[in-house]
Design a protein around this ligand. Structure first.
Ligand code: CMP
Length: 135
């Protein structure tokens, strides 16, 4: 099915100047950019976006990291977009992500893992609505 996924190019990736490289990988995979913006995430927005992790011990770190600097948010659309984007991104822990994936190629630590991608079609719609209420 045609799905939408919300991608965040996180502050670590943005600061390292890897935004273009990351977006290019999604485009090469065949996913279509249907929305894009540059922003700094507020604490409120971060807490909404990561609500499902609110009880985790690393929630504080998660919120402080994602709000720590500018990011790029994208909505990508395509056939099986959730799985396709997650394949391009690689496993959550960069040390378990395969070479050729964004996290496998560019990251080491789980907290600073370059990119977020929605984990289900429902999350894709929910998260895209948080970052792009106008959609
Ligand atoms: P993301 O796809 O943005 O969704 C939740 C994030 O939580 C995940 O990527 C990781 O960056 C982060 N995360 C998961 N586990 C841990 C952990 N043990 N310590 C710190 N951050 C984590």
């Amino acid at each position: 099915a045609i799905e939408k996924t919300l991608i965040l190019v996180k502050p670590d990736a943005f600061a390292r100047g890897l935004t273009g490289e990351i977006i290019a990988r999604f485009e090469r995979k065949g996913l279509k950019i249907v929305a894009a913006k540059h922003l700094t995430v507020t604490e409120d927005l971060a807490k909404q976006h990561y609500a499902e992790h609110a009880e985790r011990p690393f929630f504080g770190e998660l919120v402080s990291f994602i709000t720590s600097g500018p990011i790029v948010a994208l909505v990508l659309e395509g056939e099986s977009a959730i799985k396709a984007a997650r394949q391009v991104i690689g496993a959550t822990n960069p040390l378990e992500a395969t070479t050729g994936s964004i996290r496998g190629d560019f990251a080491i630590e789980i907290g600073t893992n370059m990119v977020h991608g929605s984990d289900s079609p429902e999350s894709g719609i929910r998260e895209a609505g948080i970052f792009f209420p106008e959609l």
